[in-house]
Design a protein around this ligand. Structure first.
Ligand code: HEC
Ligand code: HEC
Length: 247
């Protein structure tokens, strides 16, 4: 009798408190993972291994998170075309839906930084001046003062940031691709990361008030132009005056 009551009570409690996940949600999430796995096996497993365990050609993808997959595939770095010093930015070959599916599959293998979501309010509220300070302190030594990019050692380079979207900028900070250091939430929190992204977009898009920006490379090309055109012009005038006096 006691056993029966206990069993009935457990049953009732379970019916009352059992998690009621909608069948629809789970089916969608599983579907994305399943589709992602198919895409993964076709496009990525030859280098990253059948179980994403990595191999002698490429690192393991277990635990890299959806942010890393979205960054690498949406910037066209992956699938890697040819081995080289560094994977280059190219036009992506997968659609955003396919990228989300690939990310869902890799995410299902183990955690890691999630693909960031930036709301319009977060973007509008981001402090551009503070973003600029953080950028100059953390990023400018490699990507140059206005994000035009610069060479590093052994054929590697910090790329021009002009094409990176706000999401990709935050993903790069959170995942630290190749020789770029990782900037975790302990170092740059959510608001800081959005502010840096806003600053990077701002310097890439702001019009150049002083005329042609010469690739925004700063004093070296500007000085070179001043020497060649300015001093060169003066020399030409001197030569012309000298030539006239002989006559
Ligand atoms: C030709 C071999 C090759 C193929 C194909 C390839 N990768 Fe990679 N992948 C690499 C190498 C090598 C690296 C490490 C160097 C780098 O980060 O650029 C890498 C790095 C990555 C990273 C970064 C890992 C980290 O620790 O942050 C991700 C994510 C990734 N690949 C995803 C993919 C996905 C998704 C595909 C399929 C669409 C793919 N790769 C196809 C060779 C490959
Ligand atoms: C030590 C040098 C270094 C520092 C410091 C650095 N980066 Fe990078 N960054 C790199 C390198 C190298 C790459 C290319 C990685 C690759 O191709 O996988 C890169 C790539 C990127 C990209 C991808 C660009 C594209 O078009 O695909 C973004 C965005 C980026 N960095 C933003 C930042 C931000 C923001 C900071 C500061 C918080 C920063 N980086 C600090 C070296 C650096």
């Amino acid at each position: 009798m006691v056993l029966l009551v206990a069993l009935a009570a457990t049953g009732l409690l379970w019916a009352g408190f059992a998690p009621r996940g909608t069948a629809q949600d789970t089916a969608d999430a599983n579907e994305a993972v399943r589709q992602g796995r198919v895409l993964y096996l076709q496009g990525c497993s030859s280098c990253h291994g059948l179980q994403a365990q990595g191999g002698n050609q490429a690192p393991s993808l277990i635990g890299v998170g959806s942010a890393a997959v979205d960054f690498q595939v949406s910037t066209g770095r992956m699938p890697l075309a040819a081995p080289g010093a560094q994977a280059e930015r190219k036009d992506p070959i997968y659609s955003q839906t396919q990228i989300d599916q690939l990310a869902a599959y890799i995410d299902s293998l183990g955690g890691g930084p999630k693909k960031p979501v930036i709301t319009q309010t977060e973007w509008d509220d981001a402090d551009l001046a503070h973003g600029g300070e953080l950028y100059r302190a953390n990023c400018a030594q490699c990507h140059q003062a206005v994000g035009a990019g610069a060479p590093l050692t052994y054929g590697k380079y910090a790329p021009d940031l002009g094409k990176a979207t706000p999401t990709q900028i935050i993903e790069a900070m959170r995942t630290g691709p190749e020789s770029m250091p990782l900037f975790g939430p302990g170092q740059l929190d959510e608001a800081d990361a959005v502010a840096v992204a806003k600053y990077v977009r701002h310097v890439s898009e702001a019009p150049s008030a002083g005329g042609d920006d010469l690739g925004k490379y700063g004093p070296v090309p500007e000085g070179l132009l001043a020497w060649l055109v300015g001093i060169g012009g003066l020399l030409a005038v001197c030569l012309w005056i000298g030539a006239r006096q002989k006559v």
